[in-house]
Design a protein around this ligand. Structure first.
Ligand code: UDP
Length: 236
């Protein structure tokens, strides 16, 4: 039995680069698709939001002279590219998926609505919700918080390249220790960076728990769904 009935899986665009410095690593993409198939086969309803940091980020673009709003729109387009890539990788292994977009761009994807997303998930399709929130000055973490709340997911699974939330950055501080669970208030008080504050606050105020885990280790997504505590649970 899967631990959760309906999940919002947030994947970072940056992780899609694999060993590369830019773009999409087909091997990493295929591994993600296989992991998603494993939990889809368990009967889990899956909504996905992918970032675009492997291609373009509005904020870093602004530092190089790009207009911030156009840069953010470029970032949102980057999430659509990643979403199409994932949908294609899922299709290649027999998993039906649908790309919805927060900005109208038919026929690339259908325009997002909560009801369409839920209808597709209930029919067994994986739903990939792209283009973030559709607005500049937001991130895909906020986009996934919003979509997770809208589709009434039981949890947001934040797949990253670290295996949870630590007392300090484990890549910089060797004494850092991992939390098995932590509350939103502790996140604020300790100044820990799990997601940006807009995204964190949305989850807290709407009672959506987040589970942070390392998605780059093959099989971890299934372990989370089987109830193994390999990451950190953030809750109210
Ligand atoms: N973005 C945006 N609005 C949104 C979501 C994303 O403008 O609602 C843009 C923003 O420029 C962001 C980029 O898309 O930098 C890519 O998303 P993000 O940085 O969250 O990707 P990740 O870090 O997860 O790869």
């Amino acid at each position: 039995m899967a631990k959760f009935k309906r999940i919002l899986l947030k994947l970072s665009g940056e992780s899609l680069m694999g060993e590369q410095r830019y773009g999409i690593d087909e091997k990493r993409l295929a591994e993600y698709a296989e992991q998603i198939k494993e939990v889809h086969d368990m009967g889990v309803q899956i909504g996905i939001v992918i970032g675009g940091g492997n291609i373009f980020r509005g904020l870093s673009g602004a530092g190089k002279g790009f207009d911030r709003v156009k840069g953010d729109q470029m970032g949102m387009c980057a999430t659509v590219i990643n979403s199409l890539g994932l949908s294609s990788a899922l299709g290649a292994i027999g998993v039906k998926s649908r790309v919805l977009t927060a900005i109208r761009m038919e026929p690339i994807g259908e325009f997002y609505s909560k009801w369409k997303a839920i209808e597709c998930m209930e029919a067994g399709e994986v739903v990939i919700m792209s283009a973030g929130t559709g607005n500049p000055y937001f991130t895909t973490d906020t986009g996934s918080s919003l979509r997770g709340i809208e589709i009434e997911a039981d949890v947001m699974l934040k797949g990253t390249r670290v295996d949870g939330v630590y007392t300090a950055d484990p890549e910089k501080d060797p004494t850092a220790t991992k939390f098995s669970e932590i509350t939103y208030d502790e996140i604020y008080h300790k100044g820990l960076k799990v997601m940006d504050l807009t995204a964190t606050t949305m989850c807290k105020e709407n009672h959506l728990p987040i589970y942070v885990f390392n998605m780059d280790v093959y099989g971890n997504l299934k372990k989370v769904m089987e109830g193994e505590n390999i990451g950190t649970l953030v809750h109210n």
